[in-house]
Each structure stands twice: as C-alpha cells, then as structure tokens.
Write a protein that binds this ligand. Structure first.
Ligand SMILES: NC(=O)c1ccc[n+]([C@@H]2O[C@H](COP(=O)([O-])OP(=O)(O)OC[C@H]3O[C@@H](n4cnc5c(N)ncnc54)[C@H](O)[C@@H]3O)[C@@H](O)[C@H]2O)c1
Length: 344
C-alpha cells in the first residue's frame, strides 16, 4: 500500500498529543522525520515515538518527506508552509492558518504555484455535531441564514503553557487561538462567501489582575499582552449577520459554548443539538444527542489530509476558507485599534 511520508515541524503539545499518534495509526501514513528549534526535544520525541529521523532544519526535513504538519507558534506558520510548498511538500498547518491575510495570500499563492495540498487544522468541522448540522443545512432546513450567534466562553482557561499569552509569537489571544475554531465552523455551515463589514473590541482586563484563579496552568499577568475576551459583529454580502463573542477568561458562572443559526425557513443550535422547523402552523423542535467528540474529529482530519495527499479525497478545509477566518480576525483586531468598523 502506498504510504505518505510525513514530517512534523514543531513537536510540542499538539504534535505529541494529536498529530504524531494519529499519523502513526494511519495505515497510509508514515512519520519519518521531526524538526523543532529545540533539537533536544525533537530527539526525545523521536525516541518516545520510535521515529527514524530528526532533521537539523526544516529545509532538510522537506527533502525527506511528501507532507508536513506544521505545529509551531502561529508567527512561523506562513514562513514554514511557504518553504514546504516551494520544496514540493503538502501541508497541514495547525490553526490559525497565519497571523494576517497577507501571509495567507502568500501561502495560497505557493500552494497554487506548486500544485500542492494546503489545508488547516480546523478540526471542529470533523466533529459529529458539525457533520450533522451541515447535513441538515444542506437539506434546506434553515433556508437562507439571517442571524447567527457564537458564544464561546471559557470561564478560567487561559493556556498557561507554550507561548499562548505572547502577542509577538501568536498574533493575539483567545480570538486567534480559540475563536478561530468556532468562527471557521460557523462560516462553513453558513456557506457564506464574503464578509463585508467587521466591528469588534478586544479586552485583557481580567488577566491583567494579579492573583487570578486559572484552571489551565499559570501565566504571568504582567507579561500577558493578548486579549482574553473579544466581541464582534460581522456583516456578510447577503446582509446576514453574525454576533460573535469568545473568551478564555470571563466573569461568568462556568464555560459556555453556544452556537445558533436562525434562517428564513428554520434554525438550529449546536450545543445541545436542536433543529427548529416551523411547519403547517406548528413549531417543531428536533433534539439529538450528539457530542463534539474532538478525538474522533481529529482522526477524520488526519485521514482527510493523508487521502488528499494521495489524490483520493480533496481537503475538507479549503485554503481560501481558512484565509477568510484570518481575514475576519485581523479585521476585529484592526477595528479594536481604530475604534471603528472595518469595511472588507
Ligand atoms: N487544533 C487545535 O485544537 C490546537 C490545539 C493546540 C494548539 N494548536 C496550535 O498548534 C500550534 C502549536 O501549539 P502547541 O500547543 O503545540 O505549542 P507548544 O508550545 O507546545 O509547541 C510548539 C513547538 O514549536 C517549536 N517551535 C517554535 N518555533 C519554531 C520554529 N520556528 N521552527 C520549528 N519549531 C518551532 C517549539 O520549540 C515547541 O516545541 C499553534 O499554532 C496552536 O494554535 C492547535
């Protein structure tokens, strides 16, 4: 059986917890080479997972593989993806695609020029609940979407590991880290092509307070320079709107993940999954017990990437769609800085 030789660049948390184990289990993939700026870590991970090679640069890794999974801090996604694509290597880039729309444009240009796969790890699309929501929307139950809402609020979950609270390396905080997942999911469900107007505000007031309780490790409130809460209002070219709020640390009772779409014919909510269907003078509410199941979703994501590399499938997450997510996030940051609505 033909196997895709895969390399990993950046072998920290997500590489070890998700990508390496899933790729090693995949019958058509083989993880051959690792690279990390921390060579000692790459060697340790290679030993743990019994991976044959550790490269001393990402360029030498690209000589040894057909595909790469990029798991570095966000700042390096674009540079490494472009180098991989130029070397003729397919790319699965961790989310977000990049820090700016310009970086995404450059990545897409390289992928098109070299006819290579470029996709982004927006694994929420592969969850059971997302697949069912998409199926119901494609069936026409919602009709044309009118107003959608996202509340992705964590109560006390600032990531205390890695560089998640470092703006220079990540490009931002909860919005670019967590918000990107739910934004991608909803844009995919809505099947809307173009955002036209974005306004937003970002805040880091809570995490700047000393002595915070945090469920996800410790961080330094003095060096914390990203947002822990963001709100936004997004208008699309068909006049549909999206009200979007996300947070790592909110003064609320507990974590809340609420996504709903109201269309001209009906509506749906994701958590818990419900479909609303006004029909013949009755208001029908269908409830289904479907969960997020992120592990299963990640498995499907890996499978889709490997099969795309082999030409058996096409990527579920199209590069232009991932660029649109980054474009909106960049516009929310710009809107906050300028205190004005951004026209796209
Ligand atoms: N899809 C998800 O749900 C999910 C979850 C966690 C993280 N992520 C994404 O994965 C990426 C990494 O996150 P993480 O939690 O694994 O972080 P991490 O800090 O645990 O690991 C990052 C690794 O990259 C290495 N690195 C840094 N700069 C590098 C460079 N220029 N070249 C090669 N290696 C470099 C670091 O030494 C480190 O080992 C981020 O983009 C993050 O947004 C996605």
């Amino acid at each position: 059986m033909e196997k895709v030789k895969v390399g990993i660049v950046g072998v920290g948390g997500i590489a070890q917890d998700r990508h390496i184990p899933l790729l090693m289990e995949h019958p058509q993939a083989e993880v051959t080479t690792l690279f990390d700026v921390r060579l000692d870590l790459a060697e340790q991970v290679a030993q743990t997972f019994n991976i044959a090679h550790v490269a001393t640069s990402y360029d030498t890794l690209f000589d040894q593989v057909d595909a790469v999974v990029i798991c570095t801090p966000n700042k390096f996604h674009s540079e490494i993806a472009i180098a991989a694509l130029n070397a003729g290597v397919h790319v699965l880039c961790e989310k977000p695609m990049a820090i700016s729309k310009k970086e995404c444009d450059d990545m897409i240009e390289a992928a098109k020029k070299h006819h290579k796969i470029l996709t982004v790890a927006y694994h929420y699309r592969f969850t059971d609940v997302a697949i069912e929501a998409k199926r119901r929307i494609d069936e026409g139950v919602v009709g044309s979407p009118v107003v959608s809402r996202i509340q992705a609020l964590r109560h006390r979950k600032v990531p205390g590991w890695g560089v998640f609270t470092n703006k220079a390396l990540q490009g931002g905080g909860c919005l670019i880290d967590y918000g990107c997942h739910v934004l991608d999911l909803v844009l995919w469900l809505l099947q809307i092509t173009q955002p036209t107007e974005v306004s937003g505000r970002t805040y880091n007031k809570l995490s700047k307070q000393p002595h915070q309780i945090n469920d996800w490790g410790e961080f330094d409130h003095e060096t914390f320079n990203v947002e822990d809460h963001a709100t936004s209002y997004i208008v699309f070219d068909n006049d549909a709107t999206l009200q979007f709020e996300c947070s790592w640390a909110a003064n609320i009772n507990s974590d809340k993940l609420d996504i709903s779409i109201s269309g001209e014919k009906g509506g749906l909510q994701l958590f818990p999954f419900e479909v609303y269907e006004p029909r013949n003078g009755e208001y029908l509410i269908h409830q289904q017990d479907i969960t997020l199941n992120e592990d299963k979703a990640a498995e499907r994501q890996t499978d889709n990437f490997i099969k795309s590399c082999l030409g058996i499938e096409t990527p579920v997450v199209k590069m232009e769609e991932a660029r649109r997510v980054s474009q909106i996030i960049e516009a929310i940051y710009e809107s906050n800085e300028k205190k004005q609505t951004i026209q796209l």
